[in-house]
Design a protein around this ligand. Structure first.
Ligand SMILES: Cc1cc2nc3c(=O)[nH]c(=O)nc-3n(C[C@H](O)[C@H](O)[C@H](O)COP(=O)(O)OP(=O)(O)OC[C@H]3O[C@@H](n4cnc5c(N)ncnc54)[C@H](O)[C@@H]3O)c2cc1C
Ligand code: FES
Length: 252
């Protein structure tokens, strides 16, 4: 893990309220994997906590992160411009380890799509069957990155782009005929819950790895702000033990 002073190369809107910021790192941070995240300073020194953002595109010493504007920190981040310097702590957390799998379903919703893109990019020898859901047409982004998938189905809640519905419904409709070894997913808690119960009701027992989002403090396992409950009644730190967990090992 390194704390680096990065230089902003670009920062642009890629959809309504969603930006991609590309950072030049002063040195290699080692391999960055899909599912891992960084803690990025916002550029506002009054905001002490950095913001956790998932690795999306890592190429050489350049790293692109995508963020939805939510509150003060992400709003401030939209003001960053080429040449600005931002501190970034990376890499943090575990990742989607797909070494044992060849055919993988990808189920992503909203900003959850970004870490899944990194997993697809770094596993070019695998077959991905992607089911991606957005709120509406104005939130659709980075489809070019998902086109490396063997198949790609896009849904929107209101049907303004792709099929009407959500990524979980779209995946579950195909699940029994897909010959997959594993599933990876990231999205809002309600989506992950629906995925867990859908898999259980169809009796699908393939390994399913989900990346969780929790409010975070340190991002390094020290403050316990980010704990979630595991299925055996214990606690796990999303930042350090996760953010990627097998879906049945955690309470959603
Ligand atoms: C492992 C991980 C990866 C993430 N990856 C992405 C990503 O790739 N793209 C993206 O758009 N968002 C991602 N998020 C969510 C993102 O961190 C929050 O939307 C962001 O921190 C909100 O900050 P804010 O200052 O705009 O909001 P505020 O509500 O003003 O933030 C107040 C505090 O709460 C924290 N916080 C608020 N919402 C969240 C949240 N959902 N998750 C964690 N902390 C939160 C902030 O970090 C800050 O410390 C990720 C979260 C986690 C935990
Ligand atoms: S954010 Fe501090 S322990 Fe996870």
């Amino acid at each position: 893990m390194k704390d680096l002073l990065s230089v902003v190369k670009s920062n642009r809107a890629v959809a309504e309220n969603i930006y991609m910021i590309t950072l030049a790192l002063p040195e290699s941070a080692g391999a960055l994997h899909g599912g891992q995240f960084v803690n990025l300073a916002t550029g506002d020194n009054s905001l002490l906590l950095r913001r956790p953002l998932g690795v999306c595109i890592a190429e050489g010493n350049e790293l692109s992160l995508c963020y939805q504007v939510k509150g003060k920190g992400t709003k401030k981040l939209t003001e960053a411009k080429a040449g600005d310097e931002l501190k970034v702590l990376l890499p943090l957390g575990n990742y989607f380890d797909l070494s044992e799998y060849k055919n993988i379903a990808v189920v992503g919703g909203g900003v959850g799509v970004f870490p899944l893109i990194a997993a697809i990019r770094e596993n070019k020898d695998k077959n991905f069957y992607s089911y991606i859901g957005f709120r509406n047409k104005s939130a659709v982004c980075l489809l070019n990155e998902l086109e490396a998938s063997r198949s790609l189905k896009v849904t929107t809640d209101d049907g303004s782009y792709g099929d009407k519905g959500n990524a979980v419904q779209s995946f579950l409709a195909d699940a029994e005929k897909l010959n997959i070894d594993a599933i990876i997913s990231c999205g809002p808690p309600v989506m992950l819950k629906a995925l867990k119960s859908g898999l259980a009701s169809l009796g699908i027992k393939k390994p399913c790895f989900v990346s969780l989002e929790e409010r975070m403090g340190c991002g390094m396992g020290a403050c316990l702000v980010c704990v979630c409950k595991t299925s055996d009644g214990k606690n796990a730190r999303v930042c350090k033990d996760g953010p990627v967990f097998e879906i049945n090992s955690v309470e959603l």
